[in-house]
Design a protein around this ligand. Structure first.
Ligand code: FES
Length: 151
């Protein structure tokens, strides 16, 4: 049984979305255990919880990697080659946008402007921004995290 993250919520199904958002904030995704937990807590069918999670794209069903790589595809980054950056990351890590590698180390997500357009093209790894990237610099950044994970 997963840790009960819901105890401070009223048992009112009208706040189901808020409760799911809370679970995702705490755990990074919505596991099968948490779906059962939500259904039990609000005393509603599993299918109702699954329906909400499926409907809203904000909810993730797979556990994110240790490092979340956000590739900016805002206008400035797009013009400066964000597509190429995303392709290189996919090639280096073997994952596509929205995926997590088999080791659970990296997740790749394309996002809109990260707010530092003058550094385009930009990525962020767990919120740390890296700009003016070329292929060599990108490899170096990813390698740093791969090495850090081995410590
Ligand atoms: S467009 Fe990429 S940081 Fe603004």
């Amino acid at each position: 049984m997963p840790q009960n993250l819901l105890s401070h919520f009223d048992k009112d199904r009208s706040i189901l979305i808020k409760a799911i958002q809370h679970v995702q904030k705490e755990e990074g995704y919505i596991s099968n255990d948490q779906i059962r937990n939500l259904a039990d807590y609000f005393d509603i069918p599993l299918v109702d919880v699954e329906g909400v999670i499926t409907f809203y794209t904000q909810f993730k069903r797979t556990k994110p990697g240790k490092y979340i790589v956000h590739v900016c595809d805002g206008t400035a980054c797009h013009i400066k080659g964000s597509e190429l950056i995303a392709n290189w990351i996919s090639e280096i890590l073997g994952i596509a946008d929205g995926e997590t590698d088999e080791e659970g180390l990296f997740s790749l997500e394309t996002v809109a402007c990260l707010g530092c357009c003058s550094l385009a093209p930009v990525i962020a790894v767990n919120g740390k921004v890296y700009g003016n990237l070329d292929r060599k610099q990108l490899r170096k950044v990813l390698r740093t995290y791969q090495m850090e994970a081995k410590k």
